[in-house]
Write a protein that binds this ligand. Structure first.
Ligand code: ATP
Length: 363
């Protein structure tokens, strides 16, 4: 459950390595109980941000607040062990020569908690990650997915203020990774723990996040719910990085301010309507250049015209069967467009039209 108060707050957080602005003045608030995923390509600053929160890296600028208290600035640092954070890192493996129980109980033993309390809490954590009964095994006697659950149990056993995860599933094979995504999501919801998660895998981010933070070059491109990141990208970077996209460049022909819509003239056919953020639409004047993000789902093949958008002639260049749908590559006036259809009940020449609700004007 997400409540209104901020568990974690980054204020103008900055970290530089020589000339590299690894984290370049980012602001972010994470509510109690919220699951936030940092998503972006390699080198965009995700891990540096997470490690700054964990306390392994001191910022060069800005502040980090946990539960309203400043825990890091460029001059002051609360050490990692005093931050009360649970961590699961890709390289933060479980100890091979300790049993599951010994691995999971470690944080409580260090804190010198009474024996009974330690065992109660360890069994509870193992139950939460669905490892009940395996407390006496050694990691070598567990599957990769089970080992990662041990790491999770170890991270949550001391009831940390927050859970930090850095690519925790990247060493698992594809099938297991997919399964673990859902398990992690369920666990996060069950224990209502505030979570900050780093990944470069967009599907993982879409499944796990209440909100996704898309980063590029040390800066935040967009912070939004997964559906908004996918359907309403704020920048061309987000549109390109998340999912398949067709970007159409055009010019403003007309605007409908109340509906938040723009009529765009472009080279592939008659002008079509697209949607956009109301403030962006309000700022557009006739003749201005715009980019429109058109997801594969926004393109309808041989259907009834969507709203008042015109049909465009296209040729099917290639198709691939993906099990539950077909992936099509269309040629429209020499340019390739990607779209997906449930059935291939048409020939090479088709008419397509663009759903005005799903075509999104990028600022
Ligand atoms: P990846 O997905 O590959 O882990 P990332 O988004 O997590 O990438 P960071 O690891 O945060 O990116 O790195 C951000 C930038 O800072 C990169 O250009 C990286 O080379 C640089 N960087 C990170 N750590 C150091 C360091 N200790 N010394 C020098 N440069 C560093």
């Amino acid at each position: 459950m997400v409540d209104g108060s901020s568990k974690l707050e980054l204020r103008k957080l900055a970290k530089y390595f020589g000339d590299v602005r690894a984290v370049d003045g980012i602001d972010l608030k994470i509510a109690t109980g919220e699951s936030v995923v940092l998503l972006g390509p390699s080198g965009c600053g995700k891990t540096t941000t997470l490690r700054s929160v964990a306390g392994f890296i001191q910022p060069d600028g800005g502040e980090i607040l946990l539960d309203g208290n400043v825990i890091a600035t460029d001059t002051n640092m609360l050490p990692p062990e005093k931050r009360n954070l649970g961590m699961v890192f890709q390289n933060y493996a479980v100890w091979p020569h300790r049993t599951v129980f010994q691995n999971v109980s470690y944080a409580l033993v260090i804190k010198k908690r009474p024996k009974q309390e330690i065992s109660d809490r360890v069994y509870r954590a193992l139950e939460l990650v669905q490892l009940s009964g395996l407390q006496d095994r050694y990691p070598g006697e567990l599957s990769g997915g089970q080992q990662q659950r041990v790491a999770l149990a170890r991270a949550i056993v001391a009831e940390p203020a927050m859970l930090l995860l850095d690519e925790p599933l990247s060493n698992l094979d594809a099938g297991l990774r997919e399964e673990m995504r859902f398990e992690l999501k369920e666990l996060q919801e069950r224990i209502e723990m505030t979570t900050l998660y780093v990944t470069h895998d967009q599907e993982e981010a879409l499944v796990l996040a209440d909100r996704i933070v898309v980063m590029s070059n040390g800066k935040i491109e967009q912070v939004a719910a997964p559906t908004d990141i996918y359907l309403r990208p704020a920048t061309q970077f987000v549109a390109d990085f998340v999912g398949i996209n067709n970007i159409i460049e055009g010019k403003v022909e007309d605007t409908d301010q109340t509906g938040g819509r723009v009529r765009v003239s472009q080279e592939y056919g008659d002008p079509f309507w697209a949607s956009g953020p109301k403030d962006v639409v309000a700022g557009l004047s006739k003749g201005a250049g715009v980019s429109v993000s058109v997801r594969p789902e926004a393109i309808r093949v041989n259907g009834a015209a969507e709203d008042d958008n015109p049909s465009i002639n296209a040729r099917v260049k290639a198709s691939a069967f993906l099990g539950n749908r077909f992936d099509l590559r269309l040629d429209i006036k020499g340019r390739e467009f990607r779209c997906q259809v449930p059935q291939m009940d048409f020939g090479d020449e088709v008419n397509v039209n663009i759903n005005p609700e799903l075509a999104w004007v990028i600022a």
